[in-house]
Write a protein that binds this ligand. Structure first.
Ligand code: G6Q
Length: 551
């Protein structure tokens, strides 16, 4: 079953599409309009350019869009086959064309009884079997029934993984820490830099520590190296190789390699090749999340994901949050030549959310050829970055307000605080709303001068405004909201990738560096190893490293 792209997509390059060209002509008018004008002409703009789904309210009125812009963007989406691609994904078709894989993270949160078929097999029952096994195990660890080799209760969980097998679990743990079991600690080790493992474990008691080795392939250099370090660390104290059984579980699709490592497959939690690494935080890769927040909260998170999935699948595009956000990203990326998107959560628990999004967006849409292998003649995925507010306001917001680059921003906030402290939540949210207002409307030279600023200083103190923002507002950060928020960005990524006609689900760009590093390892370890085939810069660096590595 191989379905990739509709025929129209293969025959008509994006920039030659009539709707795209119409959008370009429209942009020539829009680029001169200020957000002040757009708001002045429509007193209901703030209500009209908004949509809501799965507990998330999106205000996109502070963007350079009119009804006509949206009509044209939606036309582009239709013409590029977005409807067909969404349906193909939900049907389990192999839309990851270069790896010939289905893309079914949506099946990970499909309720029992729903049917999603891949290669003739309904995958939903298997998803729930794994979820039930995870829940039973997580409960045992949380209750203290699952004990370490010496009979002590497990108090520390260390999840070892990297990339898609790490960033989601780290982000989710931080995001949902409020709901976590507080008499346990959770750590994450990803980097092959020995410092990561050493610092994560230095104050832990091996008798009370459980390692979750997360690796889809179970062949990843960093993860396997850290897993071996963990085993040595554990056995150094516990002596007996039998202890591995009580202190290690694996999450993987590769039972053979898991067994080779020494973890019994009865202690392995599986997933499937149709789950991409960066789309896997709600699979068994989220086992640490489930132990931290409990199976019930984990299921609530899946419900949030599913609510957004259903919204994405069934809601007309003009009210569809992921579609709207994806199209706005395309609009700025391809017409306004914005190179980045800032994601600014006004919620300390979401401090790792931008880092998580970096992988989701950039590994997915950082591609230079179309699904057919042709070099694109337009820009694809922008750089995503960000930090929580209000901290960012005291560092990089200067450039966002007064710099020469256009940086569309997503502001994320919640009406209720999980940790109310005096009136601090009002202070936090006042800052969020004020920033979007300041970015949009600025402060003119005349306004600055009218305030008494001398002429020579006024240009420095004036704000052009006209900086676009989205505001995502939810009631409260709950497991459901987090699931919905992640799914919103996942589907926005698919929307963007569909317009650009690229494969948002492969990641060939990570291969070359990995292969070169493998070849280089013996050259660094052995000072006599010849260095053929390197450029003069690299071989000089290697020689210098060899000379000084012993200290
Ligand atoms: C994500 C990527 C990548 C992957 C890591 C870890 O989409 O494929 O980040 O998750 O390289 O891979 P393993 O889970 O196989 O160790």
């Amino acid at each position: 079953m191989m379905v990739t792209t509709p025929a129209t997509m293969r025959t008509s390059p994006l920039t030659a599409r009539p709707a795209w060209m119409a959008l370009d002509a429209h942009y020539q008018k829009m680029r001169h309009l200020h957000l002040r004008q757009l708001f002045a002409h429509d007193s209901r703009r703030g209500e009209r350019f908004a949509a809501e789904a799965a507990g998330i309210y999106l205000d996109y009125s502070k963007n350079h869009v009119t009804d006509e812009t949206l009509r044209l963007l939606l036309q582009v989406a239709e013409d590029c086959g977005l409807r067909e691609r969404i349906d193909a994904m939900f049907r389990g078709e192999k839309i990851n064309a270069t790896e010939q894989r289905a893309v079914l993270h949506v099946a990970l949160r499909a309720p029992k009884g729903e049917r999603i078929v891949v290669d003739g097999v309904d995958v939903v029952p298997a998803v729930h079997t794994v979820l039930d096994r995870m829940a039973a195990f997580a409960q045992q660890v949380r209750d203290g029934q699952w004990r370490g080799y010496t009979g002590k209760r497990i108090r520390h969980v260390v999840s070892i993984g990297i990339g898609g097998s790490d960033l989601g679990p780290v982000m989710a743990y931080e995001a949902l820490r409020y709901y976590s079991q507080r008499d346990m600690s959770f750590r994450f080790v990803s980097n092959v830099d020995g410092t990561d493992f050493t610092e994560a474990t230095r104050d832990l008691d091996p008798e009370e520590t459980l390692f979750i080795v997360c690796s889809k392939t179970f062949t990843t250099l960093e993860t396997l190296t850290n897993a071996h370090a963990a085993r040595t660390w554990c056995l150094h104290r516990l002596g007996d190789a039998q202890a591995v059984r009580k202190h290690f579980v694996a999450v993987s699709t590769n039972s053979e390699e898991v067994t080779k490592f020494g973890i019994d497959t009865s202690q392995m939690f599986g997933f499937w090749d149709w789950v991409g690494g960066r789309y896997s935080m709600d699979s068994a890769i989220g086992l640490s999340t489930m132990i931290a927040i409990g199976p019930e909260n984990f299921r609530a998170m899946l419900d949030g994901f599913h609510a957004m999935d259903e919204h994405f699948r069934t809601t007309p595009f003009e009210r569809n949050l992921p579609v709207l956000m994806g199209l706005l990203a395309v609009w700025y990326n391809n017409f306004f030549e914005a190179q980045t998107v800032a994601v600014l959560p006004y919620e300390q628990y979401l401090k790792r959310f931008p880092a998580y999004l970096q992988q989701l967006t950039m590994e997915s849409n950082g591609k230079h050829v179309t699904l057919d292998g042709d070099r694109v003649d337009y820009q694809t995925g922008p750089v995503y970055w960000g930090e929580p507010g209000t901290n960012g306001q005291h560092s990089f917001y200067q450039l966002v307000h007064q710099g020469t680059r256009l940086i569309p921003c997503d502001f994320i906030g919640f009406c209720q605080s999980l940790n109310p402290l005096g009136h601090q939540h009002d202070l936090l949210m006042a800052n969020l709303f004020a920033q979007t207002e300041a970015l949009a409307f600025g402060k003119t030279l005349d306004e600055v001068k009218a305030g008494g600023t001398p002429d020579w200083l006024a240009p420095h103190r004036s704000f052009e405004g006209n900086r676009p923002t989205n505001t995502l507002l939810a009631e409260r950060l709950t497991p459901e909201t987090l699931g919905a928020l992640v799914a919103l960005y996942e589907h926005s990524v698919l929307t963007q990738g569909t317009i650009w006609n690229i494969d948002s689900f492969d990641q060939w760009g990570v291969e070359l560096g990995k292969a070169l590093a493998q070849r280089m390892i013996p050259e660094l370890e052995n000072a006599d190893e010849p260095l053929p085939g390197h450029d003069s810069s690299t071989s000089t660096l290697i020689r210098r490293y060899r000379r000084f590595k012993a200290g």
